[in-house]
Design a binder for this molecule. Structure first.
Ligand code: ADP
Ligand code: MG
Length: 220
């Protein structure tokens, strides 16, 4: 479940971004749609509690994000939010399986090797558990990051531009995996995209439109 009202973010010495209101039921899907620079990644960072809004209300997975103190916020994020960023942040120092194990350390939980194995198997990655991230194809690396994001069965799965570098067949497959993953875990799914293929593939999906940024000169 996600509720956002009058949400507004100001980067230091940057433009102020104002976002439309939205209410997504638990298990629903939301598309954040807009051109590059329109604020989609910023919205995801606000929803994950990685940034603090200048004003407005934001409730994610039943939690008013602003009410969390810094330490609580990290733990809440680790337990309740699955984040699939555009840059995957897989550690090259670790195997695929140990990249998933990091999730447990971040959450203060004991490592569950059986769950890691199950999460990798579910995305057809079982044979790659011992590899390093550089030994994966782009699509495999993205599936590893998805397995990691889903490992603790998050209430909300936030995904940033999942199809940007994918061909048409891989684009459809990636969207199907995201929807399957969200459905199996009961997560609310948020996909930020400027890819028209995603919008075509998910025609009846709730959408939050991000207006194109206004150039500085036009506002002067
Ligand atoms: P999108 O994901 O839709 O491409 P972003 O959320 O990344 O958009 O960026 C929205 C706007 O905020 C852009 O104008 C961008 O330059 C600006 N911005 C993003 N990150 C920062 C930052 N750390 N500091 C200042 N401005 C930023
Ligand atoms: Mg972005």
């Amino acid at each position: 479940m996600i509720e956002a009202r009058d949400l507004c973010h100001a980067y230091p010495d940057g433009a102020t971004l104002r976002f439309g209101d939205v209410s997504v039921p638990q298990g629903g899907t939301l598309l954040l749609r807009g051109a590059s620079g329109s604020g989609k990644s910023t919205w995801l960072a606000l929803a994950a509690g990685l940034l603090t809004p200048q004003s407005g209300e934001l409730v994610v997975a039943g939690q008013a994000v602003a009410a969390l103190r810094a330490g609580e916020r990290d733990r809440w994020r680790a337990r309740c939010i699955g984040f699939l960023p555009q840059k995957l942040f897989l550690s090259e120092a670790l195997s695929v399986a140990d990249n998933l194990a990091l999730v447990y350390f971040a959450s203060g939980l004991g490592v569950d090797r059986a769950a890691i194995h199950g999460a990798l198997e579910a995305l057809d990655l079982g044979t790659l558990a011992g590899r390093k991230p550089s030994q994966l194809s782009g699509g495999q690396a993205q599936r590893v990051a998805l397995a990691r994001a889903l490992l603790l069965r998050p209430r909300v799965l936030l995904v940033d531009e999942p199809t940007a570098s994918l061909d048409d067949a891989s684009c459809a497959a990636a969207l199907a995996l995201l929807q399957d993953g969200a459905r199996t875990t009961g997560a609310t799914l948020v996909i930020a995209t400027h890819d028209a293929r995603v919008v075509r593939a998910l025609p009846d999906t709730m959408t939050l439109a991000f207006p194109a940024p206004v150039p500085e000169a036009a506002t002067a």
